[in-house]
Write a protein that binds this ligand. Structure first.
Ligand code: NAP
Ligand code: HSE
Length: 428
């Protein structure tokens, strides 16, 4: 079979990940003929501001003109690392229609428009790969699609946002404040251009939607994911969790249950003995359960220049091999089922409820009866601080339905003896 002597790629974006991809590809020049049977050359780099000085990057490759890339017939692979929906979606669509293969790290786009783009790739016999869109450098999408294809997967639970894990780890281990730690995560290149996506859980929600779609062979989009971020987590919650032998992590949870697919992102107390509890700093991990493999966990760097570039370049090499072997477009969209999404009110979890109540005889009994009347069984109650006429108590529930805990909280909020419900966090 005829093979190309050179495979040409264009990189869209020269920010954190684009720069990493440039470095990794330069670093592999001598290996490429052995890995893909040809040279691999970056022939253009698209940016917004072509006049900006970019250290270490060959300035002659830099352009702000998309048409010079899409009209270049010699470019085989487009590596999209700009982020956001537009113009990334338009450029990827044009690239696939022109028969160019695409590698992207863009979870925003894949979590919302994955099906449409995968269908377009299939129509044009092109590869569309997006390993770096979930958990940075950790291989998780290809393992789910390939190595674990012999399973019915029932659970995918992960720490899939490096920024929030970095913030929670620093708050837990070093008592560093939220704002200071977020600034550090931004300086290290972990955070999204708008870090709201990280701290409000939106970035993790996109990743969980992508993983759930592949794990359960049924399309889950960003809008399906119930999302809460970490901005309400305080040092007090972290201290209570510590006393209970737990840490607080932002978890993405996807479960394929008899009642449909559960898919959610929110902070959770997790027992320190669970392997996810010891995943710290910007590290990510994904814990999966399948009917054949049982439990397995994937761990590594979930963000940053070179770890993310590792996943992107892995996809580029895979695509280049497919080009050389004339087998591009061989794996289309794997969502062949249509499983409904389970409403959030129906999910079951244990809950941590921290509240301030009047410090008088009967307070605890009144609160316990509200929970009891709403089918919420209590596992334990902790009372630590008495401040003035109020006492702070923490209630840990047994496994209960979300709608029952929400009904209980709605009643508690109306009771004069409850000064405030300070926080409600699910327990893994
Ligand atoms: P970034 O540092 O903000 O870089 C974005 C780059 O894209 C910049 O070079 C920018 O050009 C260019 N760009 C943006 N809009 C453009 C447009 N309309 N036309 C041409 N160029 C444009 O972003 P990043 O952190 O590298 O992230 C890139 C992608 O990777 C995103 O989808 C992100 O979610 C994903 N990702 C990031 C990480 C991470 O650790 N950072 C990890 C996994 C996945 P200028 O330089 O001229 O502004
Ligand atoms: N902002 C993301 C994070 C980058 O912090 O995990 C990786 O997708």
């Amino acid at each position: 079979m005829e093979k190309k002597e050179t495979i040409q790629v264009a990189v869209l974006g020269a920010g954190t990940v684009g720069t990493g991809v440039y470095k990794v590809i330069q670093n592999l020049q001598e290996d490429m003929p052995h890995k893909i049977g040809s040279n691999l050359v970056i022939s253009k780099i698209l940016v917004r501001d072509a006049s900006k000085k970019r250290e270490g990057i060959d300035q002659t490759l830099v352009t702000d003109q998309w048409n010079t890339i899409i009209e270049d017939e010699n470019i085989d692979i487009i590596i999209e690392l700009m982020g956001g929906i537009e113009p990334a979606k338009t450029y990827i669509t044009e690239a696939l229609k022109a028969g160019k293969h695409v590698v992207t790290a863009n979870k925003d786009l894949i979590a919302e428009h994955g099906k449409e783009l995968l269908d377009l790739a299939e129509e044009n016999s092109c590869d569309l790969m997006f390993e770096a869109s979930v958990a940075g450098g950790i291989p998780i999408l290809r393992p789910l699609k390939h190595c674990l294809a012999g399973n019915h997967m029932t659970e995918v639970v992960g720490i899939v946002n490096g920024t929030t894990n970095f913030i929670l780890s620093k708050m837990t281990d070093e008592g560093v404040g939220f704002d200071e730690t977020l600034k550090l995560a931004q300086d290290l290149g972990y955070a999204e251009a708008d870090p709201t996506a990280d701290v409000e859980g939106l970035d993790a929600a996109r990743k969980v939607a992508i993983m759930a779609s592949i794990a359960f062979n049924s399309r889950v989009t960003f809008d399906d994911v119930y999302t809460e971020g970490i901005t309400e987590i305080t040092e007090r919650d972290i201290a209570y969790a510590e006393d209970m032998g737990c840490v607080i992590k932002l978890l993405g949870v996807a479960k394929n249950t008899a009642g449909g697919i559960e898919v959610r992102v929110h902070p959770m107390l997790i027992n320190k003995r669970h392997p996810l509890a010891s995943v710290n700093d910007s590290f990510n991990a994904v814990f999966i359960h399948g009917d054949a493999i049982d439990d397995a966990m994937f761990y590594g760097r979930g963000a940053g220049e070179l770890p993310t570039a590792s996943a992107v370049v892995g996809d580029v090499i895979e695509t280049a091999r497919n080009i050389q072997n004339h087998c591009t477009g061989k794996i289309a969209c794997t969502c062949y089922k249509n499983i409904p999404i389970k409403p959030m009110e129906e999910i079951e979890s244990c809950y941590y409820v921290r509240l301030r109540v009047e410090d008088r005889a009967g307070s605890l009994a009144s609160i316990a009866s509200v929970f009891g009347n709403n089918h919420v069984s209590i596992e334990k109650i902790v009372q630590k601080n008495k401040r003035e006429e109020f006492a702070e108590i923490v209630v840990i529930t047994d496994l209960v339905k979300e709608k029952d805990i929400m009904n209980s909280l709605a009643i508690l909020r109306t009771m004069p003896l409850v000064e405030k419900i300070s926080n409600v966090i699910r327990v893994y």
